[in-house]
Design a protein around this ligand. Structure first.
Ligand code: BG6
Length: 486
């Protein structure tokens, strides 16, 4: 007789690790013949002062990507620390402007390619699998200047050429790829930051998103969808064993009340914020609710003949996402909004929040995992999650970050519950496994890492690395394959 039994634990071979992005980590912004990237044009802000996009580099301004945490020179030391924690996987991005300094160059930049040869060799030394984001919130700045970024269809070809070069070069050392980081954030009006595109009204603001034309954003997004599909197809031709995924900033939205209007709104938000992009990338076609939204809002996506076939031919192999918090939605316009990273919602009275006001909700991660898996039934990976917090260095040099451990423990417990629920979860890479520059605020003091980096918001510090309490905690989590969480 056979009985049905749920999975009880993280599967063998589960990919535990950590996540980063080139512009928040590497520095060396002009070294090895790297070109300027769009991220290099964004100044640091603070919790309350927004980051600014400058069209020329301004003398004396603080651009956090220029030095970041100097991983460009210290990656060997950092990877050694990741190995000490037992990482199985390391999520990183390639800076496109290291490979094609202007984006449209005839030949790739050998110096840039060599840098990543060295990084991958170092990871291999410790059997750490790279998970590479091809474009994480940056593009060569020249593409923004000359073509207005992703609003221009020509950029698709530059991106695909870039993919061709890195796929061929690293085909034997990289298996897991993500085409675009948090592709859905583009539709949330961060045109320049995400797509290097200046809005027709000249608005390049980081935070003033009112009045930004959706037409251009959705057209740029369409270009990224085509680019992603072409990259997936090409990648599989270059190496049939490649696993190429999408990456969504998952906005977990609860209805504020059980009023049917709130419940419907939460579903609409889930559709438009989360599932529009993944329906295109996982299923290969625009979903009906998006087509209706375009129609109702006079948005006309210009498609070329063959676009629908391209989308169908480049469906991703797995689904990855970031999850930090949940928020509520309400049909009542008088509810007060809170802000998270690049997205807005309404406060949930049942939840506490981080120092940066992000609600703490590990149950939302379990809900999200089930919600996504119910829809697609393909392997999932949580490729960003974590607590941005201020850390204090004790007189003895230690950092007692129990708050971070509590946050991660709760989320890991809920991931396990989701696995028991039947979700096929294959990996977990908490964000900013080593302290790095915050994307939202440009600060250093908003830290996520297991490894402390001595650098402050003004850019001062020795850049020395030191393990926090969470470093040793995460090491035992990995060693026990997620069983030992105390
Ligand atoms: C995600 C991004 O949105 O959130 C990362 O992919 C970012 O690049 C992370 O750093 C955390 O946000 P923040 O603003 O705290 O850095």
């Amino acid at each position: 007789m056979q009985t049905l039994k749920p999975n009880q634990a993280f599967p063998a071979g589960f990919l535990w690790g950590g996540a980063t992005a080139a512009n928040q980590l590497e520095g060396g912004y002009r070294e090895g013949d790297k070109g300027l990237s769009t991220a290099d044009m964004v100044t640091a802000g603070t919790h309350t002062i927004p980051r600014t996009i400058t069209l020329e580099l301004e003398e004396g301004a603080n651009y956090p990507s220029h030095e970041a945490i100097d991983y460009y020179h210290r990656f060997k030391e950092d990877i050694k620390l990741f190995a000490e924690m037992g990482f199985k996987v390391f999520r990183m991005s390639i800076a496109w402007s290291r490979i094609f300094p202007n984006g449209d160059d005839a030949e790739p930049n050998e110096e840039g390619l060599k840098f990543y040869d060295e990084v991958f060799a170092e990871l291999k030394k410790y059997n750490i699998e790279p998970l590479v984001t091809i474009s994480h919130y940056e593009a060569p700045y020249a593409l923004a200047q000359k073509y207005n970024g992703w609003s221009n269809r020509k950029v698709i070809d530059f991106y695909v050429r870039y993919c061709e070069v890195i796929f061929n070069r690293y085909k034997d050392v990289v298996k897991y790829w993500l085409t675009f980081n948090e592709i859905n954030i583009l539709s949330m009006k961060f045109g320049f930051f995400v797509a290097g595109a200046m809005m027709p009204n000249g608005n390049s603001s980081f935070t003033d998103i009112e009045g930004i034309e959706e037409q251009m954003l959705f057209q740029s997004l369409h270009h990224q969808f085509i680019a992603s599909a072409k990259a997936v197809k090409l990648g599989h031709e270059i190496n049939k064993d490649f696993k190429i995924g999408c990456m969504i900033a998952y906005m977990c939205s609860y209805p504020l009340t059980c009023a049917p209007q709130d419940v419907l709104l939460a579903q609409q938000k889930d559709n438009m914020s989360n599932f529009l992009c993944s329906d295109v990338q996982v299923r290969g076609a625009y979903p009906g609710f998006a087509i209706r939204y375009f129609h109702d809002n006079d948005i006309n996506i210009v498609m070329e003949p063959g676009d629908e076939e391209i989308l169908k031919s480049g469906c991703v192999d797995f689904y990855t996402f970031s999850y930090y918090y949940s928020a509520c939605v309400s049909a009542d316009p008088n509810q007060e909004m809170i802000s998270g990273n690049f997205a807005l919602g309404i406060n949930n009275p049942y939840l506490k929040a981080s120092e940066w006001g992000w609600p703490l909700d590990s149950t939302g991660l379990r809900w999200t995992l089930n919600n996504i898996y119910n829809r697609y039934q393909i392997p999932l990976m949580v490729v960003e999650n974590g607590l941005g917090a201020v850390d204090t260095v004790e007189p003895d040099g230690s950092i007692q970050d129990d708050y971070r451990i509590d946050y991660l423990r709760a989320h890991i417990k809920d991931m396990k519950e989701a696995i028991i629920d039947g979700v096929e979860l294959i990996g977990y890479t908490p964000w900013g496994c080593i302290d790095l520059v915050s994307a939202g605020t440009g600060e250093m003091k908003k830290r996520y890492g297991f490894i402390y980096v001595d650098k402050d918001n003004e850019g001062k510090g020795t850049l020395d690395r030191s393990p926090k309490k969470s470093f040793y905690w995460y090491k035992q989590v990995i060693e026990s394959n997620g069983e030992k969480l105390d």
